[in-house]
Design a protein around this ligand. Structure first.
Ligand SMILES: Cc1cc2nc3c(=O)[nH]c(=O)nc-3n(C[C@H](O)[C@H](O)[C@H](O)COP(=O)(O)OP(=O)(O)OC[C@H]3O[C@@H](n4cnc5c(N)ncnc54)[C@H](O)[C@@H]3O)c2cc1C
Length: 412
């Protein structure tokens, strides 16, 4: 059995650590702040098994310029950051083709289709099971025309086995009256799930990891340790962490360490925002993607979380006001009569690659170093399976799926 150092205590790092621990390895996790301090805290909580359509659909070339100029659009750009991100943007937009979308969908369907089962398997016996529920993931459209304008994405989901039911807004309101007269059409995706508090869920998993003998170190990773046969761990601001294998799972912050591991990852942050309505007078039943605003309204333990939109602006700058204002305008229109105790705001960083595919696998032939990162909009959904794959690879087992599209070395 081996000694393994996992860098990053988000859903991806914690899942990897638990599956490695279950395989009998000795595991240390290192994170600069602790479990769920990053993007895994504030996401929309949807186990989005059917999220197999990338942002880079073929019409993005046509739509993007107008979207970034329109303050009511859910796509934002920090103009001062544009020169820095032009190389990424160019590569990203080049994937906005039919051929890429079709291949991406098939690949991601393989990773995501059983995500609720994967979460249940990960959480079994940890105390984190209570956060997982089976639920439809709903998409609300103002009109039939706006639903039909999204036909491209729905056809791709259908072709890849995503099961959904299209209802009128009135029909849907018999299921969830909170949305009465809000939408003309609601699409209900089946076999989806929800995490009722993503931060608390990851923290519960981390607690279990420690109770089972895992070590959690709070420190910032600054460098890698190499010897003649490969990578042996990480240098941190609190000393060296050495092992037989090292796993990079630092989410949107993985790029500098990736470079030291020999990977040139064109990783960018797709910044996302949430506002929360704490102790609301009413609670919706299931997560609802507001298609016009590209954000999700999710019932959480004691709050409604409204999370989404995309802003390109790097991983170091403070949040912008405009995305919060847009979310607030939408919420005011959708829930005009809702009262709540307080509104909380948060911004996080989706780790995104130009082809929107995560990096999952060995970083070189030495089999000492692995990447588990770049899960863009679906890291919560895909974290447990990613962790299982990495644990299988390190344990010498062959995962039952084609991992070549996720190869960490594909950008060399
Ligand atoms: C608004 C929004 C809504 C979303 N909704 C969903 C959703 O509904 N469903 C879904 O599946 N996904 C969703 N996502 C995406 C999902 O949250 C991410 O893909 C996922 O959380 C990424 O997890 P991670 O473990 O890779 O990274 P993170 O959770 O970001 O973890 C990275 C960790 O690395 C640590 N770290 C960084 N640098 C260092 C360093 N140098 N040394 C030590 N530690 C370091 C950080 O402290 C952090 O804990 C959403 C994202 C956003 C922003």
């Amino acid at each position: 059995m081996a000694e393994i150092i996992v860098a990053g205590a988000g859903i991806v790092g914690i899942s990897t650590a638990i599956w490695l621990q279950r395989a009998g390895h000795t595991v240390t996790i290192v994170d600069r702040e602790g479990p769920a301090a990053g993007t895994s805290y504030g996401n929309a909580g949807v186990l989005a098994s059917g999220a197999i359509v990338p942002v880079t659909t073929p019409d993005l070339w046509r739509k993007a310029p107008a979207m970034v100029m329109n303050k009511n659009s859910p796509l934002f750009l920090r103009w001062s950051y544009l020169p820095k991100m032009l190389p990424f943007l160019w590569k990203f937009l080049r994937h906005a083709t039919d051929a890429h979308v079709t291949g991406f969908a098939t690949t991601m369907a393989g990773l995501l289709h059983d995500s609720v089962d994967q979460h249940r398997a990960l959480a079994a016996g940890t105390g984190a099971e209570e956060f997982i529920t089976d639920e439809d993931f709903c998409f609300g459209y103002p009109t039939r025309e706006s639903f039909e304008a999204d036909a491209y994405g729905w056809k791709i989901r259908q072709d890849n086995g995503v099961i959904f039911e299209v209802q009128s807004g009135a029909q849907f309101a018999t299921y969830d009256p909170l949305y009465a007269e809000r939408f003309g059409i609601v699409v209900r995706c089946k076999n989806h799930g929800r995490i009722s508090d993503p931060g608390a869920y990851v923290q519960a998993l981390a607690r279990h990891f420690k109770e089972e003998g895992g070590r959690l170190v709070i420190a910032t990773v600054t460098d890698v340790i190499r010897d003649g046969s490969g990578l042996r761990g990480f240098v941190t601001d609190a000393g060296e962490l050495r092992g037989d294998h090292a796993v990079l799972a630092l989410g949107a912050w993985s790029k500098p360490l990736g470079r030291k591991m020999g990977l040139e990852i064109p990783l960018e942050s797709e910044r996302g925002y949430h506002i929360e309505l704490v102790n609301p007078s009413h609670m919706p039943i299931a997560p609802m993607m507001v298609a016009a605003g590209k954000f999700v309204i999710t019932p959480m333990t004691d709050r409604i979380r409204c999370a989404g939109v995309v802003e390109f602006g790097g991983s170091t700058k403070a949040p912008s006001a405009a995305p919060f204002n847009l979310l607030k305008r939408h919420i005011g229109e959708i829930f005009p009569d809702l009262s709540y105790d307080r509104m909380d705001e948060w911004m996080g960083h989706r780790p995104s690659t130009p082809d929107s595919l995560p990096l999952i696998g060995a970083c070189d032939d030495s089999n000492t170093t692995y990447a588990a990162l770049g899960h863009q909009h679906v890291g919560l959904t895909a974290g447990p399976k990613t962790g299982r794959i990495i644990a299988d690879l390190i344990s010498g087992r062959t995962p039952n799926m084609d991992l070549s599209p996720f190869s960490p070395t594909r950008y060399r």
